[in-house]
Design a protein around this ligand. Structure first.
Ligand code: MF3
Ligand code: CO
Length: 382
């Protein structure tokens, strides 16, 4: 059992109320009734309870995502939802200007170089030129994530976070790597509450007490950068605060052991030890990964203990560490959209991610916080 130290996070403790499940039912009912009679009009549903943020209007052209991002439906799909979160309709695909250099999945959704590359098996040691380009791209990705962090508050749709990420990325001359990667429909991942990772930005408005992870990846000058952080929305209950803080610490502790000669499998030992002393579990379905000219490549870096990761770190390698820590069980389920990975017990999950470079003496956090980064984590305020 975990021991709660009240106030340790510096946030106002607040107990979750029962979530407004009625408004979600309303939304579904609205879709059911209005779709058959108003197909041509489309959906402009104004619902009865004005006090509830997420019972409001859904605009024209927004549909639910299905089947790994390749299909859409006007009806909430049937699913044995594990918690109180539900998918909402998503907006249409955002446009990237022609002059921006794009990865090979941008047009048809299929990565072509990545899956068959030799770099899925051997870990590349980057050249000084590759490293310099990684630094630039990671700096852009950090500024994009910071721009997203600054707009987070109750009432903001996760689709609006996606719009900020998309626009900031292309304004910097980059391509948002997730967009159309294996048909992923949006430019970043937004993972709320029980979502472990790969949540799709949609019409749901953030609610007071939510936690939301924003995962940003940028392609610029031929290389990718990847980072994410979990943010607090309004006032947060103490356990959620401890979960997010513990996850932040798991990543910090993992980064602190990175240097030439360390086994990749040690990362999972460090993360698992810190999660379990805090009473939390480590999600197992997704791992850290090599990154560079490919979005995902060797090494594979599990975040859990007693993993079978091969190899030792060498100077010049670049990879991510991105622990997902769950308040309850480690097991997960996938939503019918083929992307959204949720906790099997519906309890909350948090994640932090950095892109790292192994140096001769240790590690350079390529996506590290900047002086301009917003102060959104109470434990970093001195
Ligand atoms: N950023 C995620 C990672 O950490 C990948 C997101 S790609 C998507 O690897 F297609 F799933 F969005
Ligand atoms: Co990643």
């Amino acid at each position: 059992m975990m021991v709660l130290q009240l106030g340790d996070c510096g946030l106002v403790p607040k107990v979750h109320g029962t979530e407004a499940s009625s408004c979600r039912f309303c939304l579904l009912e609205c879709f059911k009734s209005s779709w058959s009679s108003h197909k041509s009009v489309h959906l402009k549903a104004k619902l009865s309870s004005p006090d509830t943020q997420n019972s409001g209007s859904v605009s024209e052209g927004w549909l639910y995502c299905l089947k790994s991002g390749q299909a859409r439906t006007p009806k909430l799909p049937y699913f044995d939802w594990t918690g109180s979160l539900r998918p909402y309709p998503i907006s249409s695909k955002r446009v990237v200007p022609d002059q921006i250099d794009k990865p090979d999945w941008a047009d048809d959704g299929i990565p072509k170089i990545e899956p068959s590359s030799g770099l899925q098996y051997t870990v590349e040691v980057k050249t000084p030129d590759q490293i310099q380009r990684m630094r630039e791209t990671c700096h852009i990705a950090r500024e994009v994530l910071d721009a997203a962090a600054r707009i987070i508050q109750p009432g903001v749709m996760t689709d609006e976070i996606d719009r900020v990420v998309h626009e900031a990325t292309i304004a910097a001359g980059g391509y948002p790597s997730p967009l159309n990667y294996n048909f992923f429909p949006k430019s970043c991942c937004t993972s709320v509450n029980e979502v472990i990772c790969h949540g799709i930005p949609d019409a749901r408005k953030l609610e007071d007490g939510d936690i939301v992870n924003v995962d940003v990846s940028v392609y610029y000058k031929g290389v990718h950068a990847d980072l994410n952080e979990t943010y607090f929305v309004g006032n947060i209950d103490e356990e959620s605060c401890q979960l997010v803080k513990c996850t932040y610490e798991c990543l910090e502790k993992a980064i602190s052991i990175v240097k030439p000669g360390i086994r990749f499998r040690e990362i999972g030992e460090v993360i698992s030890r810190h999660a379990s002393v805090s009473g939390f579990s480590v999600a197992r379905s997704y791992c850290g990964h090599g990154i560079g000219e490919l979005f995902h490549c060797a090494p594979n870096i599990p975040h859990y203990a007693r993993n079978k990761a091969v190899g030792v770190m060498k100077a010049g390698q670049t990879f991510t560490i991105e622990p997902m820590i769950n308040a309850g069980v480690w097991r997960d389920r996938m939503w019918p959209d083929g992307w959204t990975d949720v906790t099997a017990d519906g309890k909350r999950s948090a994640q932090f991610e950095h892109t790292l470079l192994v140096t001769d003496t240790g590690v350079e956090v390529l996506t590290g916080r900047l002086q301009t980064s917003p102060s959104v984590f109470p434990w970093l305020n001195s």
